[in-house]
Design a protein around this ligand. Structure first.
Ligand code: HEC
Ligand code: HEC
Length: 304
């Protein structure tokens, strides 16, 4: 199991050599254009929910932040879920999907919302027969896959579409590629703090997150509704372990944490500093880290 155990010495080493742990979002990745167009149609189609009121885009606004801006997700019939909606942007780079890592990839993930009673509350048999009545879908699936509409093909098309949801060319990425002026001096200081305070030990890789599980179960923030990785493994030691989330476009995805209980990025960073790396930090240092995080806003795949 990919978990992290923080040692002071590790932090020092990471602080010094941290840059090697992060990399820019590639400007494009391979995908099948026609299948992704079909996937986009499905992503926007409210027939994917039982009462045809909600589509993927209802909770994952791809014109803005890839999430819904709510504390916790609201599904069909106004049912509230128990976790904050993560962004779909750059999810393709995560090592597993969902806060507790319960889906190992994007295809497996998409089954979840469609059938989850507090999200879209549907079932595949009914969904397939509904979509099969639609001549356009029938023809498109036939043309692209030469097969009838099925669960696998729906998931495959959604997957192709989600490959297009990447946000390259953030100021920080341009900086990583050698453009010294792409980020401000304050953001550079914030990045140095991000490394020296050990944030990068957990928030690394292309997504500055999405690489491992880490414990998030400190006094006052313990969430008994969701026990994290334990949900999957039922191993006591996995209680309160969550996937380290991406920090890409983090300025746009408030409220924060899997509980959606924190409204500002400043406060989220303060909590991380205090609980995850055990350090009290000055206000100005927190502000610098927040400034750095603002440099992670990339170009939206479908414009603003
Ligand atoms: C009712 C709101 C809602 C709808 C509708 C919805 N999602 Fe989500 N989505 C969520 C929530 C909440 C989570 C987090 C679930 C968890 O961690 O247990 C999530 C997680 C995800 C993730 C994982 C991201 C990550 O970083 O772990 C992806 C990808 C995703 N959804 C794609 C989709 C797709 C594709 C659809 C349509 C088939 C969809 N979602 C429909 C609320 C929604
Ligand atoms: C020990 C690993 C670890 C370290 C070190 C760490 N984080 Fe986190 N971070 C996490 C985990 C796990 C979460 C998700 C917690 C949850 O909601 O379940 C998280 C969540 C966050 C969030 C909220 C993300 C969201 O989408 O809601 C921000 C912002 C953040 N971290 C920034 C930082 C900063 C800045 C630092 C350094 C001061 C840092 N983290 C250090 C593991 C870590």
């Amino acid at each position: 199991m990919k978990k992290i155990f923080l040692l002071l010495i590790g932090l020092v080493v990471l602080g010094l050599y941290g840059s090697a742990l992060v990399s820019p979002i590639p400007s494009s990745i391979d995908y099948d254009l026609e299948k992704s167009n079909l996937g986009k149609k499905l992503f926007f189609d409210s027939r994917l929910s039982k009462d045809s009121t909600i589509s993927c885009v209802s909770c994952h606004d791809i014109y803005r932040s890839g999430d819904d801006g709510l504390k916790v997700a609201v599904g069909i019939n106004g049912k509230e879920g128990i976790v904050n909606t993560p962004t779909v942007f750059n999810a393709v780079f995560n090592f597993a999907q969902n806060w507790d890592g319960s889906a190992k990839n994007l295809k497996e993930q998409a089954k979840g919302p469609i059938t989850n009673p507090v999200e879209m509350g549907h079932n595949f048999d009914d969904l397939i027969s509904e979509l099969s009545k639609d001549k356009n879908y029938q023809e498109e699936f036939k043309k692209l896959y030469n097969k009838k509409i099925s669960k696998e093909l729906i998931l495959d098309a959604l997957f192709e579409f989600q490959k297009t949801l990447i946000t390259p060319n953030a100021p920080f990425d341009r900086y990583l590629r050698g453009d010294e002026n792409a980020i401000t001096p304050t953001q550079k200081e914030g990045y140095e703090l991000f490394k020296s305070k050990g944030c990068i030990a957990c928030h690394n890789g292309i997504n500055l997150g999405g690489q491992l599980f880490a414990k998030f179960g400190m006094v006052g923030l313990i969430d008994d509704k969701n026990l994290g990785l334990y949900n999957i493994t039922k191993d006591e030691e996995d209680k309160y372990y969550f996937k380290v989330p991406t920090l890409r476009n983090i300025s746009k995805t408030a409220p924060y944490f899997h509980t959606g209980s924190v409204d500002t990025l400043y406060e989220a960073v303060e909590i991380m500093l205090y609980y995850q790396v055990g350090r009290e930090t000055s206000e100005s240092e927190i502000e610098k880290i927040v400034e750095f995080l603002n440099s992670l806003d990339g170009e939206l795949p479908y414009g603003e």
